[in-house]
Design a protein around this ligand. Structure first.
Ligand SMILES: CC(C)(COP(=O)(O)OP(=O)(O)OC[C@H]1O[C@@H](n2cnc3c(N)ncnc32)[C@H](O)[C@@H]1OP(=O)(O)O)[C@@H](O)C(=O)NCCC(=O)NCCS
Length: 159
């Protein structure tokens, strides 16, 4: 049977939620034995790109990173878990909230190390911005993030 593949018009944040786990090896650290900031940003960018591209079902590029905060150092041998979740899409752009947790082995559990908002733009085959599905938040936290994303976008795009 022939037919056009219909693109979904909306997707929930859980559809594209991405969880990535890494281990901090000696090559990832600075002379103090802490995970280098650039490595952390690289991992956060990969997790958020997977999230954005899964939502859009298109290639997507990073266009902005906001409120990137390093709250606590991460030491050699730690296990790092990066969670990337879409908060809201606009026309071709998508805001992804990224949270990073680390744990030492042996240790007492996980602690929050980083948060950031990444913005991606979906591109068509000609590398032009292309429309993406809207986000339908389900949980109370997803709804809070969805509403707040509009304010963040205004600050980001004007700046
Ligand atoms: C992303 C890119 C194609 C947008 O091009 P552009 O000429 O600004 O396109 P438009 O003006 O049509 O804007 C497209 C979208 O980007 C958004 N955008 C552009 N600049 C932005 C910024 N600084 N912050 C947030 N969003 C931005 C616009 O708001 C728009 O979103 P919308 O469609 O949801 O309303 C272009 O800036 C680019 O190629 N940047 C380099 C990306 C890159 O190489 N990243 C690193 C590798 S992944």
């Amino acid at each position: 049977m022939h037919g056009k593949i219909m693109k979904p018009k909306s997707k929930s944040p859980s559809f594209s939620e991405t969880i990535m786990t890494e281990v901090v090896f000696p090559n990832d650290t600075n002379p103090l034995g802490f995970l280098r900031g650039g490595n952390m940003m690289h991992w956060m960018d990969i997790a958020s790109a997977v999230c954005a591209q899964t939502h859009a079902n298109m290639d997507s590029v990073t266009v902005a990173v906001d409120k990137l905060i390093f709250k606590n150092p991460v030491t050699l041998g730690s296990i790092v878990t990066i969670t990337a979740k879409i908060t809201r899409s606009f026309k071709s752009s998508m805001e992804i909230y990224v949270e990073v947790w680390a744990k030492k082995i042996p240790g007492k559990g996980s602690y929050l190390t980083n948060t950031a908002y990444y913005t991606f733009v979906a591109l068509d085959k000609n590398a032009h911005p292309a429309e993406v599905p809207i986000v339908t938040p389900k949980t109370a936290e997803e709804k809070r993030q969805y509403v707040a994303a509009l304010k963040r976008r205004k600050e980001r795009v004007v700046a």
